[in-house]
Design a protein around this ligand. Sequence first.
Ligand SMILES: Cc1ncc(COP(=O)(O)O)c(C=O)c1O
Length: 393
Amino acid sequence: MTGVLMEVPLLDLKAQYATIREQVRAAVDDVFESQRFILGPHVAALEEEFARFCGAPFAIGVASGTDALLLSLKALGVGPGDAVVTVPYTFFATAGTIVNLGARPLFVDIEPAGFNLDPEQLRKFMDQDCAFDMRARKLIHRASGARIKAIVAVHLYGQCAAMDEILALAERNQLPVVEDACQAVGAKHHERKAGTMGDLGCFSFFPSKNLGGVGDGGMIVSCNEQLAQHVRLLRNHGAHPKYYHKMVGFNSRLDEIQAAVLRVKLAHLETWSQARRCNAADYDDLFQKAGLSGRIQTPPVLAGNQHIFHQYIIRTPKRDELRAVLQARSIGTEIYYPVSLHEQECFRSLGYRATDFPRSSEAAAQTLALPIYPELTHEQRAYAVRCIADFFS
Ligand SMILES: Cc1ncc(COP(=O)(O)O)c(C=O)c1O
């Protein structure tokens, strides 16, 4: 048995900070010296740099990834009596924002390899559970009578959903698509960056994300000028010019300090993503050499995708026992997410049964995130894999 040989935290932000400390401090100092904290030059510059990074013409900084989703759906006119299609296996905010706009989330199951919206299930849902009202040009959910206003496709763990198929189905039903790219900054699907394929793309700068700020932050990107202007207004109480309100919006601005730090980090993001990909390839190799391929499932990179490995997710029916053993060996892991959204207490009124989305429920029961951050060493990965091999021996 391998004893405790080293600490392997799930994430080590201090290791990253050590490599950029001077740059971050200079950026923060710059904001303090300017005493401009709201919608100053750093936010404007980050929006330009982020738009360029994604290959989209417009980017709008907002207060969080959650707000990016909220403002995007609001700009698409989602409101009371409407419904929005999304997956039940995702972070809570994907569906929470739909409910906070007075609308109803309609769940469609995932494909089990990449954990994202399954286009085949989406097609079935649209054909069997919905009806297209030709005169009103609306897609109606038969059981609830709600008008479906949008699809939210999540790119979970840093890998894009099957966007070509999803966009084709959306177009057939005249539905806009919001990409929840909160975990997928810089990920590619057939050479297009996450967030730029649908109508609006949403990003989170939560500190543990691949591009993490020093607090909450988010960004919306779009190729649609009208929608971009709409969310730009929404983030600042719908005012333009100041004190002249075209609509009722929110206070959801990205802080200047966040933008200043994120600009420093954005310049390193490609290098960090490459390091994550190398770490993932090394894990794959170590698992194979340890003869664990039949015991655990490692995360596949699906055709046409460039993964950014926000998380490296393994799968095993013995997930909980394995996690306990790794914890005892000082290896940090996490379960994203232990309860599929359709089984959450707060969504009971939606009327779903626990068995409605078996792939989501199974993923919630079997997946485990291993440390994958860029500064993780080969020795740490090898130790983690040795401990996993011990568990299965
Ligand atoms: C898939 C997904 N959607 C939405 C969010 C919400 O982002 P934030 O925490 O910045 O509000 C997150 C991040 O936590 C996420 O992972």
